[in-house]
Ligand binder design. Sequence first.
Ligand code: BGC
Length: 510
Amino acid sequence: MKQVWIIVIFSYVAFVGITSGKGVDLTFPKGFLIGTATSSYQVEGAWNVSGRGESVWDWFTKTKPERIADGSNGDTTSNSYYKYKEDVKYIKSLGLDYYRFSISWSRILPTGYTNQINKDGIQYYKNLINELLENGIEPIVTLYHWDHPQFLEEMGGWTNEIIVDLFVDYARIMFKALGDKVQRWVTINEPTLICRYGYYVNSLQIAPGKDLGDVGVYLCGHNILKAHAKTYHMYDKEFRATQNGQLSIALQCMGYVAADGNDVDTAFQFDCGWMAHPIYKGDYPEIMKSRVALVSKAQGYSRSRLPRFSKKWISYIKGTWDYFAFNHYTPVYVTRDPDERKGIYNSDTGLINGILPSWEASAGIGFYVLPSAFGDLLRKLKDEYDNPPVWITENGCPDHGEIEDYNRIRYHYLYLTELLKAVKRDGCNVKAYTIWSIIDLFEWNSGFTVKFGIVSVDFDDPSTPRSPKLSTYWWKNVIKSRKLLPIPTNSSMMLKKEFSSCHARSGPFS
Ligand code: BGC
């Protein structure tokens, strides 16, 4: 192949099937931020290095490898513990504004208790933050992205209320250690997903993979809300005056579609609203309270499986946010469960989740492409929560690791077009968009069978080399011009030169 790399010449030729960009001003608003993200277990590796304790994901992948599509684990994964400088080089080369990463709780507190604080763990995150700041990239820190210490799980994990104060203790250590350099925090990533897939009988797909009937799921959510709120108030009391950062929780909000608008609302309230309503409006959504009470009764429970908050807790949790953070990936089509007419209750929502045959699938199971559902969701958040400042803390598309990742570019293009429409036409207050993910990583129960990175990682090579994909170049140009550029139609547009410096090995591989 010719070794001459032509500086990006994006073809402005029309691209098949794309019409939604028409008539939309594709320039990002002034001050709009674009960043990228990863999470500790998915990229760090170094699972038993330098005092790190066992996390629930170490335990889950080792004891239940059959739950992971390829039986793999995050022992080494993308090796970012050693190669973080290379990751930062890519982030800088792309011109991204911020990097959202998470802290491995068990790297800091191997058992979850504060009697043993791992200084090496803290130093690792200090080094990463310094590297980011030296390169003009803002660090955004998630305290918890699903990998709590296994020792805490053995005591019940998120279903034992003791974890609430232990989480606050851990958060305090991190605010103290890193807060002088961090202006934006996320307490917990996608709580509903941990609770629904980690503690619920019908799924068991993610750690800790516990079968706690349909009771554990709400207990988990209840304790997470308390942990988030207590952390927020602790920050207010002990750190806000000196550190003046912004805190929120990153929710999962899918894009619901249904023939009946009421069903869309019900599905939304059981997903996004489950956490958002208590934090942004106060207490659980009415529909959740009434439906779970109804179904619990029909199942013979003497009280609702959805725990109740006291008045004190309701007002304590309400308002514990500085911005609205959410992750979005896929649409879901909901229909009413016909069994309910016969008095049979199969689910708390009374809905059946599905898809429409016309929806475009991606390489990931359960990931479909429907940009309009994302636009509708942004408008729903605006109406529901009084147009708060919104940060999209994750959005991206799985594939099989193609270097010419046209589908990924197309996905980002279409979703960002919807975002720009929602902002410019409908007045949605969206402040930032986060690409999931900067590099290929361990994708939970899918292992390494699907890839999300805009930069490739070769997991077959023990030195886990990074290399650019087509989307690396596309994104670089989008960020440079602060405008959505068309989807390329061929791969003649490489600009290898600009990325060659990123290939230098770092850490133990240098
Ligand atoms: C999670 C990520 C995950 C992504 C794709 C999000 O729910 O926060 O950790 O990689 O989905 O599945």
